[in-house]
Design a protein around this ligand. Sequence first.
Ligand code: F6P
Length: 546
Amino acid sequence: MAKTLPNHNPLHLKSWKALQQHQQELAQTTIADHFLQEPDRIEYSVLEWEDFYVDVSKNRINKRTLELLLQLANESGLEQAIQAQFNGVAINETENRAVLHTALRQVDSQPVLVSGKNILPEIASTKEKMYQFCEQIISGQWKGYTGKAITHVVNIGIGGSDLGPAMVYEALAFYKNHLDVRFVSNVDGDHYREKIKDLNPETTLFVVVSKTFTTQETLSNANSIRAWFLEQAPESAVKNHFAAVSTNLEKTTAFGIAAENIFPMNDWVGGRFSLWSTVGLSIALAVGPKHFEALLNGAGQMDVHFKTSTFDKNIPVVLALISIWYNNFWGAETEVLVPYTEYLRQLPAYLQQGIMESNGKGVGRDGKAVAHQTGTIIWGASGTNAQHAFFQLIHQGTKLIPADFIGFRKSIHGNQDHQQKLLANFIAQTEALMKGKSAATVETELKAKGMDTAAIAALTPFKVFEGNRPTNTLFIEQLTPYNLGALIALYEHKIFVQGILWNIYSYDQWGVELGKELANTVLEDLNSQHPQKHDPSTDALIARSK
Ligand code: F6P
């Protein structure tokens, strides 16, 4: 293994050992101390790119930490790996595939070769077909089987064929047209039933999205929805109301989707990185080709930043390194993402798949079990809601939880009063997490409230905040399709960098494949008079399900 990417044991790198030593030296220094010790801290720890202002100064790092982390990136062969990815080398070695979601949004026309063939012309023509389809649906030129225009779209897919489109649809709600788009993913039959119960088949378009077109959930939902549709419409109506996105053109045709409604995707796009491809059809329908194009452009320009910036000024690289610093040298297990906008409510769920399906690996590129920590656990919710839910644990709990705060300087609808309150919270939280509150401050505050000495002494320990909780602040001008594209691409590159440094393969997902096989075995047993023997617990659950 590891023919296309560098292969190393991170634990044996000079920088890794130096970082272990360095962590011990820094263990007693707080973030606030670092600010006192480094007058130029802000200058070197703020990264600016286009509309992005990324401040990593509120971390348990100093200049030396960054130097060592950058050395780690260099010793890991990151530069070479970036070239390999963008040049279409089959770096997804366990599936023998290139990883080229970046080609879908490439801003120049430099050829990208897969098996010696430039894939850019095909990308352009597929996109053109998709945009024409979108224009027809949006303008109402496309008619349903009774001659009415389409008003509703249902995206049927799961994982990467659902989370990206669903997240972006919500994120770009302000930019959307009249089409109402819904997402059906779960094999739970109540999910699809609930989503379609008020729909009129005459005015609804169903988009079945599945890279493989073999996924149990998606096929079950697509079949049940088609049966519901055919209860009301003739078979000949399917061609006006069903479209598909897949690499598996045989299976989409067998399902009965008209050839002109099939939008191909390629195996060099991983499911969780596929919203830029035809998988983004529901997004393009909802916001129109112009905004979809802006989304692609933002991502494409972030790709340029990632490919061409020196590592010390490279936002995805620096964020990846800081995350590795906590994951591998401070024992942090999780990272929290808090977007301060309701539009990005689903970003943590989307990135859970992106990050955890990519880097949740325990075997290195050398085929051996790794002896270091890999993928972080990702979670989060929108701010300020999250402040009233789990922030207590981040402030005063026993766990170290590095946080990404994502905020936008300008609101979209322009209510300044609300925006200032939102930003005040966004900024104040990172300050509070860093500074905490000392016993002396608590005592002074309680005294000012007129509390007696004994009561103050009893209450003070509970009101003290240790502080020294690390945060990154990603402060972006405004939530536009372009900036959203750039933000998503930023996290995609962070995933890539971490996979390279941890010496794992980020683009396969064998762990999920096992789940699919196991469910099929149990499904057979649920329908069988003579189920196979499992363990006593599983046998009892199967028996109880009948
Ligand atoms: O969850 C596993 C997975 O393979 C994801 O990687 C993928 O996004 C999802 O299933 C859906 O797969 P498909 O698009 O082939 O239906």
